[in-house]
Design a protein around this ligand. Structure first.
Ligand code: BEZ
Length: 236
């Protein structure tokens, strides 16, 4: 008989970010309450003292100011204890050089989750991948504590941090301008206007009455300059 696959529930896009209190390398946090008013990326990594995770932490730490300028704070997590986290982050700063990055200090909080309480709440442990290590999960949480995007990678695959930054900017641009962002969108590219909700609107679009470029009634774009997007999304 085939073995039964186990499914665990996990938070989804549009859900409130599950609450937790935790010990981190930067002191205690009360999540997501401590982050109200900011965007936050809550991400997990499989384990301290592992090479892919080390390359990821160095990259994320180097980009922390860039994310902060886009109103976004970073919070990491693995199923390791606080002293392991501290020793690993010290080792990264003192010994590891990678792609021109060295002397890298990780200043964002790294949650200790030896009990797996937080990892289980967020569906970060995916047992068919590994039963004791979190996968590389990324939760994008908005200033009201709502999960707005989720990305998962397996243990073997390091994340693309430019993509994570693009997601943070695109989500805010969509909110600010009431638009959607098409494939491979970057600030300055045309944005997408939602499909027409009535026959009248569809007609207006096709007769050019609205300020947009419509190829058909359901595929309309408009221009928003890079400067306009960045002036709304970035602090400076
Ligand atoms: C790594 O970060 O290098 C890693 C962690 C767990 C499994 C495989 C690779």
């Amino acid at each position: 008989m085939e073995s039964q696959q186990e499914f665990t529930s996990m938070p989804r896009i549009g859900d409130k970010a599950p609450e937790f209190k935790a010990v981190t390398t930067q002191g205690d946090i009360n999540f997501p309450a401590d982050y109200k008013g900011d965007w936050v990326i809550l991400f997990s990594h499989p384990a301290d003292f592992t090479p892919v995770c080390t390359s990821e932490f160095m990259t994320f730490a180097t980009m922390e100011d860039k994310f902060a300028n886009a109103n976004c704070k970073l919070v990491g997590l693995s199923i390791d204890g606080l002293y392991s986290h501290i020793a690993w982050l010290r080792s990264i700063k003192e010994k590891i050089e990678y792609k021109g990055m060295k002397d890298v200090e990780v200043k964002f909080p790294l949650i200790e989750d030896i009990t797996m309480e937080v990892a289980n709440k967020y569906g970060m442990v995916q047992p068919n991948e590994d039963t004791t290590k979190a996968v590389r999960a990324v939760f994008f949480i908005d200033p009201e504590g709502i999960i707005r995007a989720i990305i998962y990678y397996p243990l073997s695959l390091g994340r693309n941090f430019d993509e994570l930054y693009r997601v943070v900017v695109a989500l805010q641009a969509a909110d600010e301008f009431g638009v959607a962002t098409p494939a491979d969108w970057y600030p300055g590219d045309d944005v997408i206007i939602g499909p027409a909700g009535s026959c009248g609107t569809a007609e207006d679009r096709m007769t050019g009455k609205e300020d947009m470029d419509c190829k058909d009634w359901y595929f309309c774009t408009k221009k928003i300059s890079k400067e306009e997007v960045l002036s709304k999304v970035l602090k400076k």
